[in-house]
Design a protein around this ligand. Structure first.
Ligand SMILES: [Zn+2]
Length: 198
């Protein structure tokens, strides 16, 4: 027997999340039905509010509730040093490690030439424009230590090739295939310390 329409609709929506297949979407949907009514109301409210009250920072593209974001508008940060990351989650990991005092640029993804992803959806051109404005002395590429991260680092380097500026990448020897967001404080601090010119 098919599920009631309202339930089917919920399963469909939950299935839109990355990594969530039909089975998982069903499990989540039934969980919502089992919980007190308040749970569904608060969940729906949180979804709408998170979407409505956050924007991308006009400088670094990080997710923020003020524009420019708190990091970009903090006078204590070194605005001449930009750390380039794939996702807002990476900014969060590096901030928690507390080993970096510059600012960021969030690419909003990685470049995967094998999958035919084109570079256009990344914020690479915005990064180049930002660097061209001047006052930037170093770009530290902190893309993930995997194939896509490598390709993305090269693409960043390429996008900045006509600008005289130091472009470095976090030290090799990070556990490969992992993501920046999963690295612990000590490993991240070492990787920043041991960064190498591209
Ligand atoms: Zn910002």
């Amino acid at each position: 027997m098919p599920y009631p329409n309202a339930l089917e609709k919920l399963i469909d929506q939950l299935g839109n999340f990355p990594g969530v297949g039909r089975r998982t979407a069903e499990r989540l949907a039934f969980h919502v039905l089992r919980m007190p009514e308040n749970f569904a109301r608060e969940l729906a409210g949180a979804l709408v509010e998170a979407r409505a009250k956050t924007v991308r920072c006009r400088h670094c593209y990080n997710i923020t509730d003020q524009n420019p974001c708190r990091i970009c508008s903090d006078p204590a940060r070194n605005a001449s040093q930009i750390c380039v990351v794939e996702q807002p989650r990476d900014v969060d990991a590096i901030e928690r490690a507390g080993c970096y005092r510059g600012v960021y640029h969030v690419l909003m993804g990685a470049w995967n030439p094998a999958e035919g992803t084109d570079r256009e959806h990344l914020t690479m051109d915005a990064l180049a424009a930002r660097v061209r404005k001047g006052n930037i002395t170093e770009i530290i590429v902190a893309t993930d230590p995997d194939l896509e991260g490598d390709a993305t680092a090269l693409a960043v380097h390429e996008a900045l090739r006509d600008i005289t500026i130091r472009v470095s990448r976090l030290a090799k020897g990070l556990p490969s295939g992992t993501g920046i967001e999963y690295l612990n404080r000590a490993i991240l601090a070492d990787a920043f310390e041991g960064r190498r010119d591209l």
